[in-house]
Design a protein around this ligand. Structure first.
Ligand SMILES: [Zn+2]
Length: 437
C-alpha cells in the first residue's frame, strides 16, 4: 500500500520545536552530503564499489554512537535520507527519467525532514486544527484546511519563506479505480502572451500577475539592499552574514514564496477544471529546462541577445509550465482521463485548416495566424491548440470514450506528422503504434 496522493498543511511548531526542527533539517542535509561523498569516493576507488542505503544504514548506527548531534536526529529520519539518495541514484541511471546526478546541498537549501508513516500519529483537535506527533518533539499543531480521507504513509516537515509546513503522503483507496472520463478531448497550448489556450474555447485563460506593482518595487529595493549588505560583509566581516542580511534574505524569500503560492493556486484551479471535464488532454512536449538553459550559452558558444533571453526566461519560469504538466499527469489519472504528450516542433506555424507548415503564416509578432496557403485566419494560440489536439488524435489513435468510436470530432484536416507518448495508468489500447520520445 503506497501513498498515491499528498496533502500539505500549515504547521505551527512552538519556538523550541521550531529550533529543533531547524537543527534536524541541517543534520538531514549533512547526512545526505556525507553519504553522497562516500558513494562518489567508493565509486572512484580501485574497486569501483556501488554503495547503497543498506550498507550506509549500518554505518549510520555506528556513527550515531559517537556523535551527539547525529544522535539527536531520529534514526528513522536519517534512514529516510539514505533511501532518498538511493532513489536519486535510481532516477539518474534511469534513461527515461530526466534527473541529473545527485547534488550536494548547501546551507541555504530548502529545510526538510522526512518521517516514515509508522513514526507519526495524527489527531484532530477541533474543526480547524489537528496535531501530528513527531518522534522526540511530541505533538505539533497544524491547520486542518481539508479533511484527510486516507492512510498516512509518511510525513515531511519543510520550511519556506512563509513558515513551516507538513506534507503527508496519503493512500486513498478510491483513487485506484476512477470511472472512465467521457469528456470531450482537448488540446492545450501554453504560452507567454496567453497563459493557456484550450482548443474548444474562444478566449485565452490569462493568469493575473503573480506579483503586484507595490511588491515588485519592494522586491527590487530588497534585492538592492541585499547586494549592498553582501558587499559590506565581504569587505568588513570576511564574508560573514550579518543578522540584517539574513533578515533581508528572509524578506525576499517570503515575497517569492507568496508569488509561488499564487502561481500554484491558479495552476491547480486550471488543471482541476480541465481534468474533471475532459477525457483526453493533449499538450506539447516542451523541454522547459532546455529552453531556460540556452540564455547565456557556453564559453565556446556564447548566446546571442542574452539580456533579452534572460528576461524571457524569467517569464517562462514564472509560467510554471512544468508544474502544469505534472499536475495534469496525476489529475488525469485521478479523474479517469488520459494525458497525451505530442512533439512540439512547428505547432505554431502549421495551419489547422489545410495543414501547411509555413513560418510566414505568423507574420510579425501579433497573436494572429494567417495561413499563406489557404488564407485561413485565427488566433495563433487557438490554432496551435487545435494542431496539438490533431497530433494527439493521430498518434494515440484515440477512439472516443471507452472505445465507442462515435464521439471523435470529425476532422476535415489532413493528418499531421507527429510522435507522442501516452501517460496515465488507465490508458486505452492505442490502435496505431505509439513511439516513445
Ligand atoms: Zn491553411
Amino acid at each position: 500500500m503506497r501513498a498515491n496522493t499528498a496533502m500539505k498543511f500549515r504547521l505551527h511548531p512552538d519556538r523550541m520545536q521550531a529550533e529543533r526542527l531547524t537543527s534536524w533539517s541541517h543534520t538531514s542535509r549533512a547526512v545526505w552530503n556525507i553519504a553522497l561523498a562516500q558513494r562518489i569516493w567508493a565509486y572512484r576507488s580501485a574497486q569501483r564499489k556501488a554503495v547503497r542505503a543498506v550498507a550506509q544504514c549500518a554505518e549510520l548506527t555506528e556513527a550515531r554512537r559517537e556523535h551527539a548531534w547525529l544522535r539527536d536526529l531520529p534514526a528513522q529520519c536519517a534512514q529516510q535520507v539514505l533511501q532518498q539518495l538511493d532513489a536519486a541514484y535510481d532516477n539518474f541511471w534511469n534513461p527515461a527519467h530526466p534527473a541529473r546526478f545527485p547534488q550536494f546541498k548547501k546551507k541555504s537549501h530548502r529545510q526538510k525532514i522526512t518521517f516514515p508513516g509508522q513514526a507519526v500519529r495524527v489527531h484532530k483537535v477541533s474543526r480547524r486544527m489537528a496535531q501530528v506527533k513527531l518522534p522526540k518533539i511530541g505533538w505539533v499543531r497544524f491547520r486542518l484546511s481539508r479533511p484527510i480521507n486516507g492512510t498516512v504513509r509518511n510525513a515531511t516537515v519543510s520550511r519556506d519563506g512563509l513558515g513551516w509546513h507538513v506534507t503527508f503522503g496519503i493512500h486513498m483507496p478510491e483513487l485506484e479505480q476512477p470511472p472512465v472520463n467521457t469528456g470531450m478531448p482537448i488540446g492545450v497550448d501554453v504560452g507567454i502572451a496567453c497563459s493557456v489556450f484550450v482548443s474548444n474555447e474562444h478566449h485565452e485563460r490569462q493568469r493575473p500577475d503573480t506579483i503586484v506593482e507595490d511588491e515588485q518595487n519592494r522586491l527590487r529595493g530588497l534585492e538592492q539592499r541585499k547586494a549592498r549588505q553582501l558587499t559590506y560583509a565581504k569587505k568588513h566581516n570576511g564574508g560573514k552574514y550579518s543578522n540584517r542580511l539574513r533578515k533581508t534574505i528572509g524578506q525576499i524569500a517570503a515575497l517569492k514564496a507568496r508569488q509561488a503560492r499564487r502561481r500554484a493556486d491558479w495552476n491547480h484551479k486550471l488543471t482541476t477544471d480541465l481534468t474533471k471535464n475532459h477525457g483526453m488532454i493533449a499538450v506539447e512536449d516542451l523541454k522547459v529546462r532546455n529552453m531556460l538553459r540556452s540564455a547565456k550559452g557556453t564559453i565556446e558558444l556564447p548566446g546571442a541577445n542574452v539580456a533579452q533571453k534572460s528576461g524571457l526566461n524569467r517569464r517562462i519560469a514564472d509560467q510554471g509550465w512544468h508544474q502544469i504538466r505534472r499536475q495534469l499527469e496525476y489529475k488525469t489519472r485521478r479523474h479517469g482521463g488520459v494525458l497525451v504528450v505530442v512533439a512540439a516542433p512547428g505547432s505554431s506555424q502549421t495551419c489547422n485548416e489545410c495543414g501547411v507548415r509555413d513560418p510566414k503564416s505568423r507574420h510579425g509578432c501579433g497573436r494572429l495566424f494567417a495561413c499563406t496557403a489557404c488564407g485561413h485566419t485565427e488566433h495563433a494560440d487557438r490554432n496551435a491548440a487545435h494542431i496539438i489536439l490533431d497530433r494527439a488524435l493521430c498518434t494515440a489513435g484515440w477512439a472516443g470514450p471507452a472505445g465507442s468510436g462515435s464521439t471523435r470530432p470529425q476532422s476535415t484536416r489532413s493528418p499531421q506528422k507527429g510522435r507522442g507518448t501516452l501517460t496515465g495508468s488507465r490508458m486505452r489500447e492505442p490502435t496505431s503504434s505509439v513511439t516513445a520520445t
